[in-house]
Design a binder for this molecule. Structure first.
Ligand code: ADP
Ligand code: DP6
Ligand code: CO
Length: 345
């Protein structure tokens, strides 16, 4: 039986300027530009195999070992966008383009827990499909149709997602600002407070914020544009102090928007706030900015810091939260490692 298949691995990305809110739900066009670091690690990845065959009687998808319904407009949009481009590229026959597709994906970290599984998942799926159907050009614009944040995981290093101005979304794409090698000392520590699924998905949380948060309007109009340009300059200059301050301010404002939403979306818990306090305490006593925290739509903390400060910050985290992660467990690149922190202090 003729089967063509491709397997890809894609990493998560953790935003320092958050995407929250859409101008177009179907096309996934964001209200604001955003910026993230793509984590260079084997520990927080999606791994996806896509296969096509004349013998497959229907399209099917498995996620983390369970078959999912294909009645998912985002998944269907990704498949049809790739096939449209493949048709114009002309590298597969029309018959091959008609074959059904099987997708099998697994995340090696918690799904839907605020650790960007939708980003790694859809980036991986679209990249694998792009290889299978032999399409060229930017595919971040297609990954965006699966989950907005996924467009940024297509590229490594620090990446921006330009909201774009075109109502059909063709200029709403991700672009690399610098590769990871530009700032080789940069690390990210992920403190896993909880691996449970969030109660309110990012998609519905941001929908609700768009419906009724006044603070979201202020954030989009008055705060994000300046932050985007300031943090980009800080990254280019490797100015950690400025980078860290903007990162923490943007995370705090994003969670303030979530609380300003009615009914509120509560993603951080007491331990998350405890970690933020600890970082401010460390920075104060060091007399300089040692680390920055940021939280996605979940309670887990992502700490950006420089390699020289990893042992000290980790020792403080281990001391305060009674964990025992060791230095040998870190990894190079933009990412360090996962630290399990108890959910209760
Ligand atoms: P997260 O904070 O983990 O990104 P979201 O609420 O944004 O959480 O998205 C979670 C959803 O993303 C999952 O319910 C699933 O639909 C989708 N998803 C997660 N991982 C994958 C994957 N590997 N392949 C395809 N879709 C995925
Ligand atoms: C808080 O990309 O998961 O992580 O586009 O609806 O799938 P959808 O949402 P998603 O939202 C991510 C929100 C965030 C911030 C960010 O990654 O920029
Ligand atoms: Co997500």
């Amino acid at each position: 039986m003729a089967v063509k298949s491709v397997t890809c691995v894609a990493p998560v990305n953790i935003a320092v300027i958050k995407y929250w809110g859409k101008t177009d739900e179907k096309l996934i066009i964001p209200l604001n530009d955003s910026l993230s670091g793509t984590l260079h690690t084997d520990h927080m990845c999606a791994k996806t195999t896509v296969a096509i065959s004349s013998k497959f009687s229907k399209d099917r998808m498995w996620l983390n070992g369970t078959e999912e319904s294909l009645d998912n407009p985002r998944l269907l949009a990704c498949i049809s966008e790739v096939k449209d481009r493949a048709r114009s590229a002309g590298k597969l026959t029309e018959e091959e383009l008609q074959w059904n597709v099987h997708i099998c994906s697994e995340n090696n970290f918690p799904t839907a827990a605020g650790l960007a599984s939708s980003a790694a998942g859809y980036a991986c799926l679209v990249y694998a499909l792009a290889m299978l159907y032999k399409i060229d050009g930017d595919v971040s614009v297609i990954a965006r149709r699966g989950s907005g944040s996924a467009c940024r995981s297509i590229y490594g290093g620090f990446v921006q997602w330009i909201a774009g101005t075109n109502p059909n979304g063709t200029d709403s794409i991700a672009q690399q600002i610098v590769p990871a090698s530009h700032w080789p000392e940069m690390r990210v520590l992920i403190l896993v407070v909880s691996d449970s699924r969030k109660k309110t998905s990012s998609t519905s949380g941001m929908q609700r914020s768009c419906e009724n948060s006044e603070l979201l309007k202020h954030r989009v109009a008055k705060c994000v544009p300046e932050r985007m340009s300031e943090i980009t300059k800080a990254i280019l200059k490797k100015d950690f102090e400025t980078f860290a301050k903007i990162t923490m301010q943007d995370s705090n404002q994003f969670h303030a928007v979530c609380l300003d939403t009615y009914p509120p979306c509560v993603y951080m818990n007491d331990v998350s706030h405890g970690i933020a306090n600890l970082i401010h305490t460390i920075n104060k006593f060091a007399g300089r900015t040692v680390a920055a925290y940021t939280y996605d739509a979940g309670p887990n903390a992502c700490l950006y810091l420089l390699e020289k400060d990893v042992p000290g910050v980790l020792a403080a985290v281990n001391h305060v939260f009674h964990t025992d992660t060791k230095k040998e467990e870190y990894y190079r690149g933009l990412s360090v490692d996962l630290v399990d922190v108890p959910e209760q202090l």
